[in-house]
Design a protein around this ligand. Structure first.
Ligand code: UT7
Length: 366
């Protein structure tokens, strides 16, 4: 049988840090509220575009796998915050890593995009269509944030990470998965202003309004992630006890704790990064995976479980067997261009640009 082992991994976090205290200087919120309700203490704000974040993560993952970009046969870019809709993000990465003429496509299932991408890339390797793949989860949410809405502005951050998959005869990589979607609830998480519905209707691109029913999303997230974990484990006749480490989507610490309780996994087997990065949508799980590897929490042969949920409302859980190597083969020298602005300065510049553009346009006709 053919499997798709994860042989490389790399992350890219922009350096500018936005703390809860920074947010409290521009919004009616407090560090105490954000920490107690979400577990988030700070998040990153990017000074570069999405392709740059994804490229640096990709270069680091390729180095960790010891593979040149030119050997990659498939690039899957998971995101909901594209630089452009056309051309797609994956083709930009293909050009940057020199992987012509590899297949290159984007996936958008919001926060689950990386894991959905992992599923499709694994399937194409296991069925012999390609021999390897680069799967990226990257988001640049800050330019699309409504910085006047405290319900959402405190939750999200920017970041990217990538993995390299290679064909293997060993039972490694994704062994079982459950993918699903609660389409009937799709309106409870909606970002208006980012699509064709708004084209030529006086709405400025990037001026968004977030429709966000936090408590309903919370309930559906716990339900979807827990049931997907149970389903993926059952496919392998495994129990929660057999899992060495859970690397979940990080949207709210209380959601993570509720899923752990429902699936009977103790919190010391759950890897939590939300305090440092907030919710980076599709980048959250692969960044947490990279951090867990760096922290020595992923051991040779570890069995990992990765549950996630996002807009749609999509949900999923993957059971992944790690291989023998937990250290990178090489370390990439690729890095982001330097940044001399604070996170608040980056946000204020973005707001000033929007204000200038708004002054020249009609009022958004939602
Ligand atoms: O990856 C998918 C993305 N989506 C999610 O992850 C969302 C999942 N949902 C959640 O994480 C939680 O529901 C939230 C963190 C969004 C909200 O937590 P909550 O415990 O459900 O709070 P709430 O919405 O019930 O609000 C409680 C109070 C309200 O005030 P009143 O009506 O009780 O006076 C809010 O107006 O907290 C207020 N509030 C805030 N206060 C200070 C809401 N946001 C803030 C804020 N700072 N940032």
């Amino acid at each position: 049988m053919t499997y798709a082992a994860i042989t490389g991994w790399g992350k890219c976090l922009p350096p500018a840090i936005l703390t809860n205290h920074d947010l409290a200087s521009m919004l009616d919120t407090t560090d105490e509220w954000v920490v107690s309700r979400t577990g988030i203490r700070e998040r990153r704000i990017s000074h570069v575009g999405l392709e740059e974040l994804g490229y640096v993560a990709a270069a680091r993952a390729l180095a960790a796998a010891g593979l040149p970009g030119s050997s990659i046969e498939l690039i899957v870019f998971g995101t909901c915050s594209h630089d452009d809709q056309v051309p797609n993000m994956a083709s930009g990465i293909q050009r940057r890593i020199g992987a012509q003429p590899a297949a290159a496509y984007d996936i958008n299932t919001a926060c689950t995009s990386f894991l959905y991408g992992l599923s499709t890339a694994t399937a194409l390797i296991r069925t012999g269509v390609v021999r390897n793949a680069l799967v990226i989860g990257a988001e640049l949410i800050s330019p699309f944030m409504d910085w006047s809405d405290r319900d959402v502005a405190v939750l999200f951050g920017d970041g990217a990470a990538a993995v390299v998959l290679e064909k293997s005869d060993e039972p490694q990589g994704v062994l079982a998965q459950k993918l699903g979607c609660y389409g009937e609830s799709r309106e409870i998480l909606r970002v208006q202003g980012m699509g064709g519905l708004y084209a030529n209707r006086g709405v400025l691109y990037g001026v968004t309004r977030w429709q966000f029913e936090g408590q309903e999303i919370f309930k559906r997230a716990v339900q979807g992630m827990s049931s997907a974990c149970d389903d993926a484990l059952a496919q392998l006749n495994l129990k929660a006890d057999d899992i060495d480490l859970v690397v979940p989507h990080q949207a709210n610490l209380r959601i993570i704790e509720a899923v752990a309780k429902r699936t009977h996994v103790p919190m010391d087997k759950v890897y939590v990064t939300i305090q440092d990065y907030g919710n980076m949508s599709s980048a959250t799980v692969p960044v947490a995976l990279c951090d867990a590897l760096e922290a020595g929490r992923v051991l040779p042969g570890s069995l990992l479980m990765m549950p996630s949920f996002g807009g749609g409302l999509s949900f999923c859980a993957h059971v992944v067997r790690w291989g023998a190597r937990t250290k990178p083969i090489q370390v990439s020298s690729v890095d982001l261009p330097p940044n001399d602005r604070t996170a608040l300065e980056i946000i204020r510049e973005c707001l000033a640009r929007k204000q200038r553009a708004s002054a020249e346009a009609a009022t958004p006709a939602w």
